[in-house]
Design a protein around this ligand. Sequence first.
Ligand SMILES: *[C@@H]1O[C@H](CO)[C@@H](O)[C@H](O)[C@H]1NC(C)=O
Ligand SMILES: *[C@@H]1O[C@H](CO)[C@@H](O)[C@H](O)[C@H]1NC(C)=O
Ligand SMILES: *[C@@H]1O[C@H](CO)[C@@H](O)[C@H](O)[C@H]1NC(C)=O
Length: 318
Amino acid sequence: MYLQTRRVRPCGSRDGSRISAHGKLYVQAIILWLAFALVARDARAQEPCDLCAQNWLFILGAGGRTGSTTALSMFRLVPHVELTGEHQGVLNGQYEMYKRLAKMRHTSVASAGPRLDMDGFRCVTQELVRVMVFGKRRASEQSQTRIVGFKEIAYTSWHMLSFLKFTFPCSRWIFSVREKLDVPVKSNFNATRLRLEWGKQRLLADCVHKAFPNTIFRLAVEQLSVQVYNDALHHLLGVRNCSFKGILSANLDGKFSREPDTEALREKQTERARREYIDGDCDLSNVSFRLSSEHLEQNRVLWYALNAEYQSRLRNQT
Ligand SMILES: *[C@@H]1O[C@H](CO)[C@@H](O)[C@H](O)[C@H]1NC(C)=O
Ligand SMILES: *[C@@H]1O[C@H](CO)[C@@H](O)[C@H](O)[C@H]1NC(C)=O
Ligand SMILES: *[C@@H]1O[C@H](CO)[C@@H](O)[C@H](O)[C@H]1NC(C)=O
């Protein structure tokens, strides 16, 4: 997408001798390449990036202890799916930055500058998430990956979901929710506050799931079954020729699972779990989350209408 930096030998030939016929061709090729690169860069400047180029998947917990870690463990087992776990909700900070930049009025010379290019900002945010997902292994892994994303429990608020919806307009989401709220919680949690949060976030998850049933999946922690996971795998993601045959449950029942310390050990553990929990050879060659521009426009209108409905239901609940 972006111009690759290339190492160009500074200024001319190595030994200062006259340029040969080959050399001339070489120089002409470089000039042509530069011309094309400049034209291509101008084209990109007008259209910062294709926000639907990547198949984004977000596993969003409607509060903690809703089964989102189990979902993360399961979908990470699928080959060509690259998901990162919780990351301290740093996109909340990205949203704050977005708000400040969008609000800026460049009224004085000291604050001279253009209005925020919103699509440009969205591209940068997608790029940030790619950096978080792939780390240093991006060069080797990105090309083999069909679905990219994360799991986080810090984004189930109206403004953050809106930020995600418009920054990743073709993304698919899995919401983990808790239906029964009167379960015992650990003594170091404030049970009243936790249950209030669960209730509020479940209402939000239900609202958006109902409005977008094909692209937002609802996973209730009380009703986890292999069948439900396979529904998500086949219908939400469009993965073919394989299915889950069990639920990787190290994190269920309030136990916190430990990640192995080294990359090699993690890789080995994933391979073992893959054999144990997945049947068949997963085929992701036809996976595409892309939506038509008409569909995207409909979604935008629907999203704004949803806000009014959610706010009124929230008032009725509390
Ligand atoms: C627990 O949370 C509730 C609701 O937010 C609050 O009213 C209450 O004071 C909190 N209790 C403690 C012990 O912090
Ligand atoms: C997936 O399954 C279909 C039908 O069962 C088969 O035709 C196709 O070759 C399979 N694809 C892969 C990549 O195995
Ligand atoms: C792949 O998906 C496209 C539409 O997204 C569909 O038209 C095509 O038939 C699919 N190919 C296979 C082999 O299922």
